[in-house]
Design a protein around this ligand. Structure first.
Ligand SMILES: *Cc1c(COP(=O)(O)O)cnc(C)c1O
Length: 377
């Protein structure tokens, strides 16, 4: 049985909304569908403002501009993350400071974050890996004490909850992804979440290519002009139309993924209990969105053998991630804070299993059976 690693969940209304956008004859960004997507995010998450972007990478770049991080400034982030977390700040000339992750939730180790702060710390970028939120109360406190901006990399955590509040609503800013590999998708897509009212006006300007066009649209100025740095960060209305159909189904998509995620956890429990493998651990006070199901093997060799075995059987599973601190660009542009032993071990031993909302329970059992064959107990 061939099992894909990921596959977008199509909900049925995408074509209808795209057709409506076409019929309106207004395809550039910031039209009705963009605004409806933004309202959905604002209401669902409970944030001050959402601005759709053409990717989460773009939203992180806006976050980097808004945090005023520049040459000589440091930005604390995990090394166990996707490149965009770091690139957004490197583009501004700032230095990523890579901090190790907590082996339980695979997110920034908050004790180490506190010791990584220097006078040059400008921002902290917690990443909610696998849709499991970071310990945001501690991170927000550390940032407050040192005057740093918190930009949450919430790429993977749409609809995840930490202590009763949505991931993406704790930092001054947060970035969400709608990339095809995420839970809710538009092919490429993202959003910048703005929780700090004082950053809103500048965020809109940066979003609109450095102009005050948003004010012009609202009738607050009678012509618009270049007022700040900015770029082309908006998605087209066609993309927003597709995304709105996805957002309409976001809760249903998440519910279906959670059922499959729980099936993996349940079936693999004997291997976890025997210490042969480790699975995700969801801390108390957290509701996750079933973005990723992974297993962690005891050795790097076992992880390689598991991947080979899956490949032979046409099951697509993958390693996650090559740590940024050991990558060529990470070494050039960033620096390590102490040893990053947990990050290195995870990178050698963590395998992401196939997970998408239209998988069948039979497919999950098929993947699990193969894992049992290899790690027979
Ligand atoms: C997917 C992802 C991104 C990038 O998202 P794009 O929408 O593809 O730009 C950034 N950070 C993390 C942690 C991600 O998982």
């Amino acid at each position: 049985m061939n099992i894909r690693f990921t596959q977008p969940a199509l909900t049925g209304n995408e074509m209808e909304y795209i057709r409506q956008a076409m019929n309106r004859g207004r395809l550039m960004g910031n039209g009705e569908f963009t605004q409806r997507c933004q309202q959905w995010l604002e209401q669902m998450l409970g944030c001050r403002k959402a601005l759709l972007t053409h990717s989460c990478t773009a939203a992180l770049e806006m976050g980097a501009i808004l945090s005023n991080a520049g040459p000589g400034d440091e930005v604390i982030m995990p090394s166990f993350t996707f490149v965009s977390t770091a690139n957004a700040f490197v583009l501004r000339g700032a230095t990523p400071v890579f901090v190790d992750v907590d082996p339980v939730n695979l997110n920034l180790d908050t004790k180490l974050v506190a010791t990584a702060v220097t006078q040059r710390t400008k921002a902290i970028v917690p990443v909610h890996y696998a849709g499991v939120p970071c310990r945001m109360d501690e991170i927000v406190k550390i940032a407050k004490d040192c005057g740093a901006v918190v930009v949450e990399d919430a790429a993977q955590s749409l609809l995840s909850i930490y202590k009763g509040r949505h991931a993406g609503t704790f930092g001054q800013l947060a970035a969400i992804s709608f990339h095809e590999t995420k839970n809710v998708v538009s092919g490429e897509g993202g959003a910048l979440i703005i929780n700090d009212e004082s950053l809103l006006e500048r965020a809109e300007i940066i979003w609109e290519k450095g102009t005050n066009r948003s004010k012009f649209f609202r009738g607050e100025v009678d012509k618009y002009t270049w007022v700040d740095v900015g770029s082309s960060f908006l998605p087209s209305e066609l993309v927003a139309a597709f995304l709105l159909a996805q957002l309409d189904s976001a809760r249903d998509i998440t519910r279906r993924r959670l059922l499959l995620w729980n099936q993996y956890a349940d079936r693999l429990k004997p291997l976890f209990d025997d210490g042969v493998l480790r699975g995700p651990r969801i801390p108390a006070g957290v509701k996750h969105n079933a973005h990723i199901f992974f297993v962690i093997t005891r050795t790097a060799d076992e992880a390689s053998r598991l991947l080979v075995k899956m490949k032979e059987q046409d099951i697509n599973a993958v390693h996650h991630y090559v740590p940024l601190h050991s990558s060529p660009a990470g070494r050039r542009y960033g620096r390590m804070h102490g040893s990053l032993i947990n990050t290195e071990e995870l990178s050698d031993r963590l395998i992401r299993l196939p997970l998408w909302s239209d998988m069948t329970p039979r497919m999950i059992d098929h993947v699990v059976a193969l894992i049992f064959q290899l790690f027979r107990i």
